[in-house]
Design a protein around this ligand. Sequence first.
Ligand code: HPA
Ligand code: ZN
Length: 337
Amino acid sequence: MSNVTKEFIAGLPKAELHLHIEGTLEPELKLKLAQKNQIDIGQKSIEEVKSAYEYNDLASFLSVYYPAMNVLQTESDFYELAFDYLKRAAKNNVRHVEIFFDPQAHTSRGISFETVINGLYRATLDARALNIDASLIMCFLRDFTKESARKTLESALKHRDKIVGIGLDSDEHNNPPLKFARQFEDAAAVGLHRTVHCDIDQKDSIEHIRQALEIMEVERLDHGTNIVEDPDLVELVVKRGIGLTSCPLSNGFVSPEMKGKEVLELLSKDVKVSIHSDDPAYFGGYISDNYSAIASNFELTKEQVIQLAKNSFETSWISDKQKELYLEELNTYVANN
Ligand code: HPA
Ligand code: ZN
């Protein structure tokens, strides 16, 4: 057993950098919106919704995940989804969050880009009242075409001030980062930050990590823990200060050991790895639950837990001044707890 308590973890100031807003759609809200918008989701109770949550790899998860988004129809639905999440984040003492959203999962079913972004953005503004600063990362769906990504970036650039960066998610199988090199170049040219999902244990994990780092020059990798298999790439992320956002509970659904050993190995090599929640409504817990899962299963020391939280601020997309303030807050918490 780790000697780090759940209370210590809950109060620890932290940044959430790997959180899909669509993955925070809790069964209660799903049923409520289904009823309001008269969408038949095939389930009528929380138990029935939860019994559909059966997955053991990325593809089987995504086949449950995307259809559920149908219940999100109006700007206020997106606002409610995001603000509900932010209230949970506040209870986990998340001080800064960079929220992923998947516009193509909504535009492809007839919802406008504006409906999505305006609802989410309004929630990020209201996050100030919860003492959280929140920003948005727009992800491309990598199993959609390059042309679809091009159009999505075009829509996003009309709202440049509402997003901090871009990401890449969905089914990685045969969808390498390089497929979207052009969109990443165009985004970099207007100052958007860049990250890419390199999901765990994929057919081409190492090649995808290599493309993302060496060719597309991303600033973070989402998951990416397979990098331990390639010491040269590990050296590269240390040299560049690249952050790796690991999500123990979602990893636990697709791998027996939630990649805890890899996270510890990366920490010991000074890689800026940090802990996040991915799709908390689907994987059984929010950010503090993810910290607790890895801390208890791998007997993390308090120092290791603190380092993970520091890494989350250090690799976040905020000003150096703001980073300093959060790290000071963290140090004060540690000194008093
Ligand atoms: N990987 C890829 N796509 C996703 C994920 C993930 O972890 N979560 C939501 N969409
Ligand atoms: Zn993810």
